[in-house]
Design a protein around this ligand. Structure first.
Ligand SMILES: Nc1ncnc2c1ncn2[C@@H]1O[C@H](COP(=O)(O)OP(=O)(O)OP(=O)(O)O)[C@@H](O)[C@H]1O
Length: 245
């Protein structure tokens, strides 16, 4: 079934050479939800996001947005990869990074409009990083860098947001800022998908969860997914998780 403004993943399967990373994943992501992607190391969480965006080839299956291949709508997608995937020595300022989010709207080699500058300023204010706008990105802390990349995704004015492990190395204050922004985005009808690994209390910030271990263990409303049986199937053995009532 396809829903208006939704992402539909159908029977997705991914292999890296001989390693099967994902098998038969089917789910629908609806606007207005903050969805967490959970599972043990190597479960295929990052692979799922990359495959949905067409950054890696899929062996089988489809990913559509509003009934069309998602890859035909990448201008509507903002993606913040894991910190380790970004070259932090690249000599650009905070402002440059955020303005990169406006390139698709403006076009390469065109001057940025006052609207673009306004959007970038607004995004940096939202993440409380405006006073750092002239700093080289490499000279910020891990949490500050995450906030700048979040600002870039906000400046992009996307409909669908993917974040891969945005809370690695961030303090509680930054985590709160980021979760509040995720909910603001969802409240305005965006799709927000966040790869995460922390099964502690912060998990209550997600509306829906995708629980993976190569295959889809469970998907849906948070409390329904956070059942001991599902967690054992995903993580094996005894697993400590926040009891969500
Ligand atoms: N480029 C690659 N080439 C070969 N195998 C890969 C590649 N990327 C990932 N894999 C393998 O695919 C599987 C899924 O990896 P993936 O990074 O998607 O897991 P993950 O759930 O995001 O893990 P983590 O929590 O450790 O970040 C793992 O077995 C991994 O070793």
């Amino acid at each position: 079934m396809s829903y208006s403004g939704a992402i539909a993943v159908n029977n997705l399967g991914v292999c890296y050479r001989t390693v099967e990373a994902l098998r038969d994943i089917s789910l629908n992501l609806l606007p207005g939800k903050v969805t967490g992607v959970f599972g043990p190391n190597g479960a295929g969480k990052s692979t799922l996001v990359k495959a949905m965006l067409g950054l890696i080839p899929v062996n089988v299956g489809t990913v559509s947005y509003d009934g069309q291949p998602l890859q035909n709508h990448l201008e509507k997608v903002a993606y913040v990869p894991q910190r380790s995937q970004i070259d932090w020595t690249y000599p650009v300022t905070v402002w440059d990074v955020v303005m990169m989010g406006r390139v698709r709207k403006t076009g390469w080699f065109r001057r940025f409009s006052s609207l673009s500058r306004h959007q970038a300023t607004d995004a940096l204010e939202k993440v409380e990083m405006i006073e750092y706008k002239n700093r080289p990105i490499g000279q910020l802390s891990g949490g500050q860098q995450q906030r700048v990349f979040l600002a870039r995704s906000l400046a992009q004015e996307a409909e669908v947001f993917f974040f891969d492990e945005p809370f690695v190395g961030v303090d509680q204050k930054t985590e709160n800022i980021i979760f509040n922004l995720f909910h603001e985005l969802a409240d305005t009808g965006k799709i927000v998908v966040v790869v995460n690994h922390d099964l502690g209390e912060s998990i209550t910030n997600f509306d829906d969860l995708i629980l993976l271990n190569k295959e889809l263990i469970a998907f849906g409303q948070r409390q329904q997914v956070l059942q001991e049986e599902n967690l054992q199937r995903a993580y094996g053995g005894k697993v400590n998780f926040f009891v969500d009532r």
